[in-house]
Write a protein that binds this ligand. Structure first.
Ligand code: NAD
Ligand code: UD1
Length: 351
Protein backbone atom coordinates (compact mmCIF):
# COMPACT_ATOMS: atom_id res chain seq x y z
CA UNK A 1 0.00 0.00 0.00
CA UNK A 2 1.28 3.49 -0.85
CA UNK A 3 2.46 5.35 2.23
CA UNK A 4 0.77 8.68 2.93
CA UNK A 5 3.32 11.45 2.60
CA UNK A 6 3.94 13.67 5.60
CA UNK A 7 4.75 17.33 5.05
CA UNK A 8 6.26 19.62 7.67
CA UNK A 9 4.89 23.14 7.23
CA UNK A 10 6.80 25.89 9.04
CA UNK A 11 4.66 28.99 9.57
CA UNK A 12 1.59 26.87 8.87
CA UNK A 13 -0.68 28.98 11.11
CA UNK A 14 -0.04 32.08 8.99
CA UNK A 15 -2.00 33.47 6.06
CA UNK A 16 -0.51 31.49 3.16
CA UNK A 17 0.50 28.55 5.36
CA UNK A 18 -3.03 27.91 6.66
CA UNK A 19 -4.45 27.93 3.11
CA UNK A 20 -1.73 25.52 2.00
CA UNK A 21 -2.51 23.20 4.93
CA UNK A 22 -6.12 22.99 3.70
CA UNK A 23 -4.98 21.98 0.21
CA UNK A 24 -2.47 19.46 1.58
CA UNK A 25 -5.01 17.79 3.88
CA UNK A 26 -7.63 17.68 1.14
CA UNK A 27 -5.09 16.06 -1.20
CA UNK A 28 -4.45 13.31 1.38
CA UNK A 29 -1.14 14.41 2.92
CA UNK A 30 -0.40 14.21 6.64
CA UNK A 31 0.45 17.67 7.92
CA UNK A 32 2.77 18.67 10.75
CA UNK A 33 2.93 22.39 11.55
CA UNK A 34 5.67 24.25 13.41
CA UNK A 35 4.81 27.88 14.22
CA UNK A 36 5.79 30.17 17.11
CA UNK A 37 2.46 32.04 16.68
CA UNK A 38 4.30 35.35 16.57
CA UNK A 39 2.11 36.59 13.72
CA UNK A 40 -0.76 34.11 13.87
CA UNK A 41 -3.24 32.41 16.17
CA UNK A 42 -3.78 28.77 17.04
CA UNK A 43 -7.40 29.34 16.04
CA UNK A 44 -6.23 29.27 12.38
CA UNK A 45 -5.12 25.65 12.83
CA UNK A 46 -8.45 24.80 14.46
CA UNK A 47 -10.32 26.34 11.53
CA UNK A 48 -8.22 24.40 8.99
CA UNK A 49 -9.22 21.24 10.88
CA UNK A 50 -12.85 22.38 10.80
CA UNK A 51 -12.75 22.91 7.01
CA UNK A 52 -11.03 19.62 6.23
CA UNK A 53 -12.39 17.41 9.06
CA UNK A 54 -8.81 16.24 9.55
CA UNK A 55 -6.20 16.79 12.21
CA UNK A 56 -2.90 18.62 12.12
CA UNK A 57 0.04 17.75 14.39
CA UNK A 58 0.80 21.21 15.72
CA UNK A 59 3.95 22.34 17.55
CA UNK A 60 4.22 25.83 19.01
CA UNK A 61 7.91 26.14 18.33
CA UNK A 62 10.45 28.63 17.00
CA UNK A 63 12.45 27.43 14.01
CA UNK A 64 15.55 28.82 15.76
CA UNK A 65 15.09 26.02 18.35
CA UNK A 66 17.23 23.24 16.85
CA UNK A 67 16.51 20.71 19.62
CA UNK A 68 12.80 21.34 19.24
CA UNK A 69 12.99 20.81 15.48
CA UNK A 70 15.04 17.62 15.99
CA UNK A 71 12.28 16.28 18.25
CA UNK A 72 9.67 17.02 15.55
CA UNK A 73 11.74 15.20 12.90
CA UNK A 74 12.18 12.24 15.28
CA UNK A 75 8.45 12.09 16.04
CA UNK A 76 7.26 12.03 12.40
CA UNK A 77 8.48 10.47 9.21
CA UNK A 78 8.71 13.74 7.29
CA UNK A 79 9.01 13.50 3.49
CA UNK A 80 9.37 17.17 2.62
CA UNK A 81 9.21 20.65 4.15
CA UNK A 82 7.30 23.73 3.04
CA UNK A 83 8.99 26.69 4.70
CA UNK A 84 6.76 29.74 5.24
CA UNK A 85 8.01 30.84 8.67
CA UNK A 86 9.42 34.34 8.48
CA UNK A 87 8.87 38.00 9.28
CA UNK A 88 7.49 39.96 6.32
CA UNK A 89 6.91 43.64 7.11
CA UNK A 90 9.13 45.75 4.83
CA UNK A 91 9.00 48.97 6.91
CA UNK A 92 9.72 47.11 10.16
CA UNK A 93 12.67 45.34 8.51
CA UNK A 94 14.27 48.75 7.79
CA UNK A 95 13.98 49.71 11.48
CA UNK A 96 14.97 46.32 12.94
CA UNK A 97 17.25 44.64 10.41
CA UNK A 98 19.00 42.41 12.97
CA UNK A 99 15.69 40.84 13.93
CA UNK A 100 14.91 40.08 10.28
CA UNK A 101 18.32 38.54 9.54
CA UNK A 102 18.19 36.54 12.78
CA UNK A 103 14.66 35.24 12.31
CA UNK A 104 14.57 34.70 8.54
CA UNK A 105 18.17 33.86 7.60
CA UNK A 106 19.37 32.15 10.80
CA UNK A 107 15.99 30.50 11.24
CA UNK A 108 16.33 28.98 7.78
CA UNK A 109 19.90 27.82 8.50
CA UNK A 110 18.74 26.07 11.66
CA UNK A 111 15.89 24.43 9.76
CA UNK A 112 18.28 23.28 7.01
CA UNK A 113 20.59 21.73 9.60
CA UNK A 114 17.70 19.89 11.24
CA UNK A 115 16.52 18.68 7.82
CA UNK A 116 20.01 17.54 6.90
CA UNK A 117 20.40 15.67 10.21
CA UNK A 118 17.06 13.93 9.61
CA UNK A 119 17.93 13.11 5.97
CA UNK A 120 15.00 15.18 4.68
CA UNK A 121 16.22 17.17 1.69
CA UNK A 122 13.09 18.20 -0.22
CA UNK A 123 12.18 21.81 0.37
CA UNK A 124 9.66 24.30 -0.96
CA UNK A 125 10.63 27.83 0.07
CA UNK A 126 8.47 30.99 0.24
CA UNK A 127 10.38 33.56 -1.73
CA UNK A 128 8.95 36.77 -3.13
CA UNK A 129 8.77 38.87 -6.28
CA UNK A 130 10.63 41.42 -4.17
CA UNK A 131 13.86 39.61 -5.21
CA UNK A 132 13.52 41.25 -8.66
CA UNK A 133 13.97 44.72 -7.11
CA UNK A 134 12.85 47.34 -9.62
CA UNK A 135 12.63 45.25 -12.81
CA UNK A 136 13.78 46.76 -16.11
CA UNK A 137 10.76 45.36 -17.93
CA UNK A 138 7.57 43.36 -17.40
CA UNK A 139 6.40 40.63 -17.44
CA UNK A 140 9.12 39.36 -15.10
CA UNK A 141 10.83 36.08 -15.94
CA UNK A 142 12.75 33.90 -13.48
CA UNK A 143 16.07 34.66 -15.23
CA UNK A 144 15.80 38.44 -14.66
CA UNK A 145 18.53 40.08 -12.51
CA UNK A 146 17.98 39.91 -8.75
CA UNK A 147 18.37 42.73 -6.23
CA UNK A 148 16.91 43.98 -2.98
CA UNK A 149 15.91 47.41 -1.77
CA UNK A 150 15.25 46.66 1.90
CA UNK A 151 16.37 44.20 4.63
CA UNK A 152 13.25 42.02 4.23
CA UNK A 153 13.96 41.59 0.52
CA UNK A 154 17.61 40.97 1.30
CA UNK A 155 16.69 38.09 3.64
CA UNK A 156 14.82 36.45 0.75
CA UNK A 157 17.78 36.97 -1.61
CA UNK A 158 20.26 35.66 0.97
CA UNK A 159 18.15 32.58 1.64
CA UNK A 160 17.81 31.91 -2.10
CA UNK A 161 21.64 32.16 -2.40
CA UNK A 162 22.16 29.83 0.58
CA UNK A 163 19.77 27.28 -0.89
CA UNK A 164 21.48 27.44 -4.30
CA UNK A 165 24.87 26.90 -2.61
CA UNK A 166 23.59 23.89 -0.64
CA UNK A 167 22.22 22.35 -3.83
CA UNK A 168 25.40 23.03 -5.83
CA UNK A 169 27.57 21.49 -3.09
CA UNK A 170 25.56 18.27 -3.23
CA UNK A 171 25.88 18.12 -7.00
CA UNK A 172 29.66 18.71 -6.83
CA UNK A 173 29.96 15.91 -4.29
CA UNK A 174 27.58 13.60 -6.15
CA UNK A 175 25.66 13.09 -2.90
CA UNK A 176 23.23 10.14 -3.10
CA UNK A 177 20.39 12.11 -1.44
CA UNK A 178 20.85 15.63 -2.91
CA UNK A 179 18.86 18.74 -1.99
CA UNK A 180 15.74 19.21 -4.15
CA UNK A 181 14.51 22.76 -3.70
CA UNK A 182 11.75 24.88 -5.24
CA UNK A 183 12.00 28.65 -4.70
CA UNK A 184 8.47 29.98 -5.10
CA UNK A 185 8.50 33.68 -5.89
CA UNK A 186 5.04 34.91 -4.90
CA UNK A 187 3.53 38.00 -6.45
CA UNK A 188 0.71 39.65 -4.42
CA UNK A 189 -1.46 37.07 -2.64
CA UNK A 190 -4.95 38.23 -1.64
CA UNK A 191 -8.33 36.59 -1.00
CA UNK A 192 -9.35 33.81 1.33
CA UNK A 193 -10.64 30.27 1.40
CA UNK A 194 -14.20 30.11 0.05
CA UNK A 195 -15.53 28.99 3.46
CA UNK A 196 -14.71 32.42 4.94
CA UNK A 197 -13.21 30.57 7.93
CA UNK A 198 -9.54 31.42 7.32
CA UNK A 199 -7.92 34.55 5.94
CA UNK A 200 -5.34 37.26 6.42
CA UNK A 201 -5.41 38.64 9.96
CA UNK A 202 -2.97 41.57 10.23
CA UNK A 203 -1.86 42.32 13.81
CA UNK A 204 -1.76 46.09 13.45
CA UNK A 205 -2.83 48.60 10.81
CA UNK A 206 -2.30 46.75 7.52
CA UNK A 207 0.64 47.67 5.29
CA UNK A 208 -0.70 45.93 2.21
CA UNK A 209 -3.39 47.25 -0.09
CA UNK A 210 -6.12 44.61 0.07
CA UNK A 211 -6.39 44.28 3.87
CA UNK A 212 -6.45 48.08 4.07
CA UNK A 213 -9.28 48.35 1.51
CA UNK A 214 -11.25 45.70 3.44
CA UNK A 215 -10.87 47.54 6.73
CA UNK A 216 -11.97 50.84 5.17
CA UNK A 217 -15.01 49.17 3.60
CA UNK A 218 -15.98 47.53 6.90
CA UNK A 219 -15.57 50.85 8.76
CA UNK A 220 -12.54 49.93 10.90
CA UNK A 221 -10.34 52.48 9.13
CA UNK A 222 -11.61 55.79 7.79
CA UNK A 223 -9.73 56.32 4.53
CA UNK A 224 -7.37 54.57 2.15
CA UNK A 225 -4.30 56.54 1.06
CA UNK A 226 -3.38 55.74 -2.53
CA UNK A 227 0.38 56.05 -2.61
CA UNK A 228 1.07 58.09 -5.76
CA UNK A 229 -0.93 58.81 -8.92
CA UNK A 230 2.00 59.90 -11.07
CA UNK A 231 3.53 56.53 -11.97
CA UNK A 232 3.94 55.71 -15.68
CA UNK A 233 0.90 53.40 -15.65
CA UNK A 234 -2.53 53.60 -17.36
CA UNK A 235 -4.03 55.65 -14.49
CA UNK A 236 -0.89 56.77 -12.63
CA UNK A 237 -1.26 54.34 -9.69
CA UNK A 238 1.00 51.33 -9.00
CA UNK A 239 0.35 48.09 -10.88
CA UNK A 240 0.70 44.64 -9.25
CA UNK A 241 -0.01 40.99 -10.01
CA UNK A 242 -2.67 39.98 -7.46
CA UNK A 243 -3.10 36.24 -7.07
CA UNK A 244 -5.77 34.31 -5.14
CA UNK A 245 -4.18 32.71 -2.07
CA UNK A 246 -5.88 29.38 -2.89
CA UNK A 247 -4.28 29.34 -6.35
CA UNK A 248 -0.99 30.13 -4.64
CA UNK A 249 -1.51 27.33 -2.10
CA UNK A 250 -2.17 24.87 -4.93
CA UNK A 251 1.14 25.91 -6.49
CA UNK A 252 2.90 24.47 -3.42
CA UNK A 253 1.37 21.03 -4.04
CA UNK A 254 2.50 21.19 -7.67
CA UNK A 255 6.00 22.17 -6.52
CA UNK A 256 6.08 19.21 -4.10
CA UNK A 257 5.09 16.90 -6.96
CA UNK A 258 7.79 18.42 -9.20
CA UNK A 259 10.49 17.58 -6.64
CA UNK A 260 9.82 13.91 -7.45
CA UNK A 261 10.05 14.43 -11.21
CA UNK A 262 12.97 13.60 -13.50
CA UNK A 263 14.20 17.15 -13.79
CA UNK A 264 15.00 17.10 -10.07
CA UNK A 265 16.49 13.58 -10.17
CA UNK A 266 20.07 14.76 -9.65
CA UNK A 267 19.09 17.45 -7.20
CA UNK A 268 18.48 21.11 -8.07
CA UNK A 269 17.35 24.46 -6.74
CA UNK A 270 14.93 26.12 -9.13
CA UNK A 271 12.90 29.36 -8.96
CA UNK A 272 9.27 29.60 -10.10
CA UNK A 273 7.11 32.71 -10.44
CA UNK A 274 3.71 32.23 -8.85
CA UNK A 275 1.63 35.00 -10.34
CA UNK A 276 -1.23 35.35 -12.81
CA UNK A 277 0.55 37.42 -15.46
CA UNK A 278 -2.11 40.19 -15.12
CA UNK A 279 -1.38 43.62 -13.70
CA UNK A 280 -4.00 45.73 -11.92
CA UNK A 281 -3.53 49.28 -10.64
CA UNK A 282 -4.54 50.50 -7.18
CA UNK A 283 -7.49 52.35 -8.75
CA UNK A 284 -8.48 49.19 -10.69
CA UNK A 285 -8.57 47.38 -7.35
CA UNK A 286 -10.65 50.03 -5.60
CA UNK A 287 -13.08 50.35 -8.52
CA UNK A 288 -13.48 46.58 -8.92
CA UNK A 289 -14.05 46.26 -5.17
CA UNK A 290 -16.79 48.92 -5.26
CA UNK A 291 -18.47 47.28 -8.27
CA UNK A 292 -18.32 43.70 -7.02
CA UNK A 293 -19.13 44.30 -3.35
CA UNK A 294 -21.29 47.41 -3.80
CA UNK A 295 -19.65 49.28 -0.91
CA UNK A 296 -17.87 52.61 -1.21
CA UNK A 297 -14.16 52.84 -0.40
CA UNK A 298 -13.22 56.27 0.86
CA UNK A 299 -9.78 57.20 -0.50
CA UNK A 300 -7.41 60.09 -1.07
CA UNK A 301 -4.32 60.44 -3.24
CA UNK A 302 -1.19 60.60 -1.07
CA UNK A 303 2.54 60.89 -1.87
CA UNK A 304 4.41 57.85 -3.17
CA UNK A 305 5.52 55.30 -0.53
CA UNK A 306 9.27 55.10 -0.39
CA UNK A 307 10.64 51.89 -1.93
CA UNK A 308 7.57 51.27 -4.12
CA UNK A 309 7.98 50.46 -7.78
CA UNK A 310 5.62 51.41 -10.62
CA UNK A 311 4.79 48.06 -12.18
CA UNK A 312 5.32 44.44 -11.19
CA UNK A 313 3.74 41.40 -12.79
CA UNK A 314 4.87 37.90 -13.55
CA UNK A 315 5.54 35.90 -16.62
CA UNK A 316 4.11 32.64 -15.22
CA UNK A 317 4.96 30.57 -18.35
CA UNK A 318 7.79 28.59 -16.72
CA UNK A 319 5.67 27.61 -13.70
CA UNK A 320 2.83 26.63 -16.05
CA UNK A 321 5.15 24.46 -18.10
CA UNK A 322 7.39 22.96 -15.41
CA UNK A 323 4.88 22.63 -12.56
CA UNK A 324 1.73 22.14 -14.63
CA UNK A 325 0.22 24.95 -12.57
CA UNK A 326 -1.80 27.97 -13.52
CA UNK A 327 -3.74 30.52 -11.45
CA UNK A 328 -7.43 30.03 -12.18
CA UNK A 329 -9.37 32.48 -10.07
CA UNK A 330 -10.45 35.93 -11.29
CA UNK A 331 -9.96 39.27 -9.60
CA UNK A 332 -13.68 39.24 -8.70
CA UNK A 333 -13.20 35.82 -6.99
CA UNK A 334 -10.30 37.24 -4.99
CA UNK A 335 -12.30 40.25 -3.85
CA UNK A 336 -15.51 38.36 -3.06
CA UNK A 337 -13.61 35.75 -1.05
CA UNK A 338 -11.54 38.37 0.78
CA UNK A 339 -14.73 40.25 1.68
CA UNK A 340 -16.49 37.12 2.93
CA UNK A 341 -13.64 36.54 5.40
CA UNK A 342 -13.58 40.21 6.48
CA UNK A 343 -17.35 40.45 6.91
CA UNK A 344 -17.72 37.26 8.90
CA UNK A 345 -14.58 37.89 10.98
CA UNK A 346 -14.40 41.67 11.52
CA UNK A 347 -11.86 41.13 14.32
CA UNK A 348 -9.97 38.40 12.47
CA UNK A 349 -9.50 35.21 14.50
CA UNK A 350 -10.59 37.06 17.67
CA UNK A 351 -14.10 37.48 16.21
P1 NAD B 1 2.33 35.24 7.99
O1 NAD B 1 3.03 36.19 8.89
O2 NAD B 1 0.86 35.20 8.00
O3 NAD B 1 2.88 33.76 8.23
C1 NAD B 1 4.20 33.50 8.65
C2 NAD B 1 4.09 32.56 9.85
O4 NAD B 1 5.41 32.25 10.31
C3 NAD B 1 3.36 33.19 11.03
O5 NAD B 1 2.36 32.29 11.48
C4 NAD B 1 4.44 33.39 12.09
O6 NAD B 1 3.93 33.25 13.40
C5 NAD B 1 5.42 32.29 11.72
N1 NAD B 1 6.82 32.55 12.13
C6 NAD B 1 7.56 33.66 11.91
N2 NAD B 1 8.79 33.49 12.42
C7 NAD B 1 8.83 32.25 12.98
C8 NAD B 1 9.83 31.50 13.66
N3 NAD B 1 11.03 32.01 13.91
N4 NAD B 1 9.52 30.25 14.08
C9 NAD B 1 8.30 29.73 13.84
N5 NAD B 1 7.31 30.39 13.21
C10 NAD B 1 7.57 31.63 12.78
O7 NAD B 1 2.87 35.54 6.50
P2 NAD B 1 2.36 34.98 5.12
O8 NAD B 1 1.75 36.13 4.39
O9 NAD B 1 1.57 33.75 5.30
O10 NAD B 1 3.75 34.69 4.43
C11 NAD B 1 4.35 33.41 4.48
C12 NAD B 1 5.72 33.48 3.83
O11 NAD B 1 5.58 33.95 2.49
C13 NAD B 1 6.69 34.44 4.50
O12 NAD B 1 7.99 33.86 4.47
C14 NAD B 1 6.63 35.67 3.63
O13 NAD B 1 7.84 36.40 3.67
C15 NAD B 1 6.42 35.07 2.26
N6 NAD B 1 5.76 35.99 1.33
C16 NAD B 1 4.56 36.54 1.65
C17 NAD B 1 3.94 37.42 0.77
C18 NAD B 1 2.62 38.07 1.12
O14 NAD B 1 2.23 39.03 0.44
N7 NAD B 1 1.88 37.62 2.10
C19 NAD B 1 4.56 37.74 -0.45
C20 NAD B 1 5.78 37.16 -0.76
C21 NAD B 1 6.36 36.26 0.14
C1 UD1 C 1 4.75 44.77 -0.48
C2 UD1 C 1 6.22 44.82 -0.19
C3 UD1 C 1 6.88 43.58 -0.78
C4 UD1 C 1 6.22 42.33 -0.20
C5 UD1 C 1 4.72 42.39 -0.46
C6 UD1 C 1 4.01 41.26 0.19
C7 UD1 C 1 6.81 47.19 0.01
C8 UD1 C 1 7.56 48.31 -0.60
N1 UD1 C 1 6.79 46.05 -0.71
O1 UD1 C 1 4.58 44.70 -1.89
O2 UD1 C 1 8.26 43.57 -0.49
O3 UD1 C 1 6.78 41.17 -0.78
O4 UD1 C 1 4.18 43.61 0.07
O5 UD1 C 1 4.03 41.37 1.58
O6 UD1 C 1 6.28 47.29 1.10
N2 UD1 C 1 -0.87 50.79 -1.75
C9 UD1 C 1 -1.59 51.96 -1.54
N3 UD1 C 1 -2.09 52.19 -0.30
C10 UD1 C 1 -1.91 51.34 0.75
C11 UD1 C 1 -1.18 50.15 0.53
C12 UD1 C 1 -0.67 49.92 -0.72
O7 UD1 C 1 -1.77 52.76 -2.46
O8 UD1 C 1 -2.38 51.62 1.86
C13 UD1 C 1 -0.36 50.52 -3.09
C14 UD1 C 1 1.15 50.38 -3.16
O9 UD1 C 1 1.75 51.62 -3.38
C15 UD1 C 1 1.31 49.41 -4.34
C16 UD1 C 1 0.06 48.52 -4.26
O10 UD1 C 1 -0.89 49.27 -3.49
O11 UD1 C 1 1.29 50.10 -5.55
C17 UD1 C 1 0.30 47.18 -3.58
O12 UD1 C 1 0.92 47.42 -2.32
P1 UD1 C 1 1.16 46.24 -1.25
O13 UD1 C 1 -0.09 45.48 -1.07
O14 UD1 C 1 1.78 46.85 -0.04
O15 UD1 C 1 2.18 45.28 -2.00
P2 UD1 C 1 3.60 45.60 -2.65
O16 UD1 C 1 4.01 47.00 -2.44
O17 UD1 C 1 3.56 45.10 -4.05
Amino acid sequence: MKKTMTILVTGGAGYIGSHTCVELLEAGFNVVVVDNLFNSKHEAIRRVEQITHQEISFYELDILDKHGLDRVFRSHEIDAVIHFAGLKAVGESCLQPARYYQNNVNGTLVLLEAMHDAGVKKLVFSSSATVYGDPQSVPIREDFPLSATNPYGRTKLMIEDILRDFSTADQLANTPNPWKIALLRYFNPIGSHVSGLIGEDPRDIPNNLMPYVLQVAVGKLSQLSIFGDDYPTHDGTGVRDYIHVVDLAKGHLKALAALNKDFYAEGACRPFNLGTGNGYSVLDMVNTFQQVIGKPVNYKIAPRRSGDIAVCYADPAYAEHALDWRAEKSLADMIVDAWRWQESNPLGYDS
